[in-house]
Design a protein around this ligand. Structure first.
Ligand SMILES: CC(C)(COP(=O)(O)OP(=O)(O)OC[C@H]1O[C@@H](n2cnc3c(N)ncnc32)[C@H](O)[C@@H]1OP(=O)(O)O)[C@@H](O)C(=O)NCCC(=O)NCCS
Length: 128
């Protein structure tokens, strides 16, 4: 039977900005995939914290769709948020990919948004 799954998240932009300020590349490589870091490096100084916050919210929202949060070996960097023309795309690696497949999760659709203070994400998928 087809079932709908959803996940939502909200983060403070300043929290991600501080983590990057304090831990720099070490923080980036712990949380984000190389493909995300490549996109991040192309952003302006002003856009950088918002990029980090939206992708982080996206990772948490997708982790809720998969259903395990960041437990059971699901790592933030295995949920890759790629900014594409027409909206973000989600690519899964490692345990996130395995657990999604085991549950019959089809394509995960993701929407991101932010204000000066917060970033938010909503993820939706169907299982078959
Ligand atoms: C899912 C998770 C990532 C969200 O954490 P968060 O951003 O601190 O919390 P949020 O306020 O966004 O979300 C909490 C809500 O998500 C929902 N939720 C919790 N676990 C969930 C899961 N496995 N699947 C779907 N939804 C879940 C619950 O409704 C929860 O609220 P409730 O406990 O009041 O019912 C977190 O619960 C988790 O997995 N933590 C694991 C360890 C960890 O934090 N690692 C950090 C790595 S950076």
């Amino acid at each position: 039977m087809t079932k709908l799954r959803s996940g939502i998240d909200l983060v403070k932009v300043s929290r991600l900005a501080k983590a990057y300020e304090n831990f720099g590349l070490r923080f980036l490589h712990r949380i984000y995939d190389n493909l995300e870091i490549e996109q991040f490096q192309k952003k302006s100084t002003r856009a950088k914290p918002f990029f980090l916050a939206k992708n982080f919210a996206g990772k948490e929202a997708v982790s809720k769709v998969i259903g395990y949060g960041f437990t059971n070996g699901v790592r933030p960097k295995d949920i890759v948020i790629l900014r594409k023309y027409g909206g973000p795309k989600v690519k899964l690696n490692g345990r996130a990919k395995l657990l999604a497949k085991a549950q019959g999760l089809k394509d995960i659709s993701l929407s991101l948004s932010d204000t000066e203070e917060h970033a938010t994400a909503m993820a939706v998928a169907i299982t078959e």
